[in-house]
Design a protein around this ligand. Structure first.
Ligand SMILES: [Zn+2]
Length: 364
């Protein structure tokens, strides 16, 4: 683009801000606006007046002490939330403008001086794009400077818990290879249920919204680049409910660790059985291998209390020998029968009757 036409277009644009241009001219060294506008640059300092609350008294203090002395207003007079500081590099005057009044000349200078791009190669389209980007990144930087550390700490403290708590159950179960049992199938909750603050409120996953790699619209990768208010509020909600959440997690963890202890005992029983089994008895060896695979102790049809159970245990033995996956129903029924006996630390399987409290026997 021809440089003269370029300047001409900017001149037309600058007429859209007559109130701003006259104020800027007043505070400049040059007598003509065409020269005066080139004296100004963006300093990079930005204040969000909404952040004067939320434990950020410094924002209010800095705005109150700013030499421009028109808090909540642009130099042109309109109301603003974001305060962008601009500086006249000849007169050293510091001023405040809103995002719509960061004019193209300030952006042009910013691109030229900060990004070190030759003025002659800068097009109007580039300026428009960079103006948006510059405003966005100034707002983003000011947010991270004030709240970034707290947010990062809170997020890191709750991210693992979030992925366990803020999930939805499908009602279906899946076979867990580690715990060797059927477990409820869960998915990350991607949208919230209920009303914020109500006891039945279920928030969408914090990790999902902020930085989950599968989320194409994660907030960390948005143009905005910092968490939205909803996410911040949900993090606060999560932290307030931390004791309740930790209790749920502890119960889950306890169940898992009990299952691992049980698997260790089952392992012990199986090892004892293998020693006792003749190496030519291939069927029994396959059965024991299958028991190990499914995390169940070896059993015999002798444990059945009726004909149905005897048939069921015989069928289950065949399923285990062939390493077929027992269905959820079969697994439940089998565990119910096997739990009538107790596995000792030494690897013996005893009838539950031997553990009956003697007091109970006395009463009989
Ligand atoms: Zn303005």
């Amino acid at each position: 683009m021809n440089a003269d036409i370029f300047e001409e277009q900017l001149k037309i644009k600058s007429n859209n801000y007559p109130r701003l241009t006259s104020k800027l001219l007043e505070l400049s060294n040059a007598d003509k606006y065409d020269d005066a506008k080139q004296e100004w640059r963006i300093t990079g300092k930005t204040w969000d007046s909404n952040r004067t609350y939320n434990n950020h008294p410094n924002v209010l203090l800095e705005l109150n002490n700013h030499p421009s002395n028109h808090k909540h207003h642009c130099l042109c007079g309109h109301n603003i939330r974001y305060h962008f500081e601009v500086e006249n590099t000849i007169t050293n005057v510091l001023e405040i403008v809103g995002s719509s009044c960061i004019n193209n000349w300030m952006v042009l200078r910013h691109i030229n001086e900060v990004l070190k791009i030759d003025k002659r190669t800068i097009t109007e389209k580039m300026i428009d794009e960079w103006k948006q980007t510059a405003v966005q990144s100034l707002v983003k930087d000011s947010w991270w400077e004030l709240d970034g550390e707290d947010f990062t700490n809170n997020f890191n403290n709750i991210k693992d818990l979030d992925l366990r708590i803020n999930v939805k159950k499908t009602g279906k179960k899946y076979w867990d290879e580690m715990l060797k049992e059927y477990r409820p199938q869960t998915y990350i909750r991607k949208s919230s249920n209920g009303i914020y603050g109500h006891p039945d409120y279920q928030m969408a996953s914090i990790v999902w919204r902020w930085n989950h790699p599968d989320n194409k619209r994660s907030q960390i990768n948005s143009k905005r680049g910092f968490p939205n208010e909803r996410l911040i509020n949900d993090i606060a909600h999560f932290l307030i409910n931390m004791n309740r959440i930790l209790t749920i997690i502890q119960i889950e963890d306890k169940k898992d660790s009990e299952r691992y202890q049980e698997l260790a005992l089952i392992d012990n029983v199986i090892r004892n059985e293998i020693i006792k089994t003749n190496e030519n008895d291939l069927d029994q060896h396959h059965f024991l291998k299958g028991c190990d695979y499914f995390g169940i102790r070896p059993f015999t049809t002798g444990e059945a209390r009726n004909a149905w159970e005897r048939r069921f245990l015989r069928d289950m033995r065949r399923v285990v020998v062939n390493i077929q996956q027992p269905t959820e129903k079969q697994a439940d029924k089998l565990i119910n029968i096997l739990n009538r006996r107790i596995i000792t630390e030494e690897g013996a399987v005893l009838s539950n009757d031997e553990f009956v409290n003697p007091d109970d026997t006395m009463r009989m």
